[in-house]
Design a binder for this molecule. Sequence first.
Ligand code: UDP
Ligand code: MG
Length: 315
Amino acid sequence: MSKESVTKLSIVVPAYNEQEVLPEFRRRVAKVLDGIDGPCEIVFVNDGSKDNTINVMHQLRELDPRISIIDLSRNFGKEIALTAGLDFARGEAVVVIDADLQDPPELIPEMIKYWKEGADVVYARRSVREGETWFKKTTAKMFYRLLKKVSRVDVPEDTGDFRLLSRRALEALKQLRERHRYMKGLFAWIGFPAKAIYYKRDPRFAGVTKWNYFKLWGLALEGFTSFTTAPLKVATYVGAFVAMAAFLFALFIIYKTIFYGDPVAGYPSLMVVVLFIGGIQLVALGVIGEYLGRMFMETKLRPLYLVKDYLPSQE
Ligand code: UDP
Ligand code: MG
């Protein structure tokens, strides 16, 4: 076989406080990579972990020369950690995978197979979600439905970040430098021939999820605001509708006063109208604020992340 200077396959792994899982993760991924011919690298991104994660990474790198480590200067959040990993990945194909073993690395060879057959994006779609509550599953479903309706981008349902990207798709993705990154949406935005494979999502191997409902709500908001301006239009339409209704109501009151008189002053109805309009105005302002805030963040053009240390793989 001819010797190739570029790494063929990169596995990008964002990790935040994953010390318990990483050794097992490395073991399972290494087993998969051993069965693949051609060079590979495992890109660990330490997203400012507060535990021993970085030391564990260094130990694993001693053990496995395929490992490279990107140590970010602080915690930037998963989406950005992932971006850092993708920026540093040198492979012809890149696989994005969570460190917690919820995504089985054993699927990688199948992804490679479809990539070789011409798919630029091979994403893993979960057929079963284990270890997740009924509430989380239902809200997730509702979110994807709604997003699909209001934005033009078709974000595949029940799909995490676990996927393979070709170099071409990766280069496209790397051009999207917005700070507010809803990765699943960005993955979908680039387009290219995609292929889904199905798998059973396992519960976490160890440690705890970094998501709570508050953060998930934030992610959902991010997904919406970065892919559609529909909420801004909602404010316009609701406002126009209310104004119209108020105008008709005023005509009705004038008519009533002229022909029947106005024996009782309508304080309660007045209160209702005032509060209703006030509420709508606040909501509309809030919606505008969400977008304005994002524009403010984007215009600062700060780098997405800062790297403290980069140790390339030794192969
Ligand atoms: N993660 C990260 N930075 C963060 C939060 C999470 O790099 O601020 C990583 C985490 O280590 C894991 C992946 O993102 O590899 C997915 O996180 P988690 O399992 O908590 O999310 P879930 O699977 O519940 O969606
Ligand atoms: Mg997880």
